[in-house]
Design a protein. Structure first.
Ligand code: IYR
Length: 223
């Protein structure tokens, strides 16, 4: 194996005073707490540069061996969106009519979802996130590491960036979603991970009334 000397640069981080830190942490939590998953989209256009910034924010996520094993396919083309909707609805029809067990359907009742996915045509952009099981460089297969964890983190950053821009999203998982690979003509090393419609909420958008878990339910101290 060839050994290359690692290159390091100094890093100072960003320094805040204690009160600044306290405020920032509180405000960031309160800001993220306002994020909601939305299914009722407006067809209002979103500037391409905004989407590019959102994708680049996602791409700053940490990844196994810094391989960044992700691709964000941004679909604005109405014909492609229609194809995606038709394929997703075909699968979801089967899911809601026999493939999903009764307890799953019951867990979904609070969200009022069904097999119909009009948002796949209404939202100005569909971001189809693909994970790269491996990369191809010089005709050679190069392995990626912790691919699900890495792409999951990038999608978390993506959703935070969308919220920060004042837009809304839906983390959609039509299942199975191999149709995305075909419609978008992605290469063999890429697998669909999430399908994320992005845009403005519709004027009459509604969200389910849900509460988030309390700190006691999600945090365990060991002191
Ligand atoms: N993929 C289906 C079902 C669905 C599953 C879960 I878990 C959800 O949180 C929401 C929906 C659909 O998109 O309708």
């Amino acid at each position: 194996m060839q050994h290359t000397e690692p290159k390091f640069a100094p890093y100072k981080g960003i320094r805040y005073t204690r009160p600044e830190m306290l405020n920032r942490s509180r405000e960031f939590y309160q800001f993220l707490d306002k994020r909601r998953t939305v299914r009722d989209f407006s067809d209002k256009a979103v500037a391409r540069e905004v989407v590019e910034n959102i994708v680049m924010a996602a791409s700053t996520a940490p990844s196994g061996a810094h391989k960044q094993p992700w691709v964000f396919c941004v679909v604005a083309n109405p014909d492609i969106k229609k194809k995606i909707r038709e394929a997703a609805e075909k699968e979801e029809y089967l899911n809601y009519n026999g493939r999903m067990p009764e307890d799953w359907l019951q867990d979904l009742q609070a969200f009022g979802t069904d097999w119909r996915k009009p948002f796949l045509e209404t939202a100005p952009y569909l971001i189809a996130v693909f994970k790269k099981a491996y990369d191809i460089g010089n005709g050679e297969k190069r392995k990626n590491y912790y691919v699900n964890e890495s792409v999951g983190l990038a999608c978390g950053f993506l959703l935070a960036a969308i919220h920060h821009a004042g837009l809304v999203a839906l983390t959609h998982t039509p299942s199975p979603m191999n149709f995305l690979q075909e419609i978008l003509e992605r290469p063999e090393n890429e697998r669909p991970f999430l399908l994320i419609p992005v845009g403005y909420p519709a004027d009459d958008a509604r969200i389910p009334c849900l509460a988030r878990k309390t700190i006691e339910e999600v945090l365990v101290y060991y002191e």
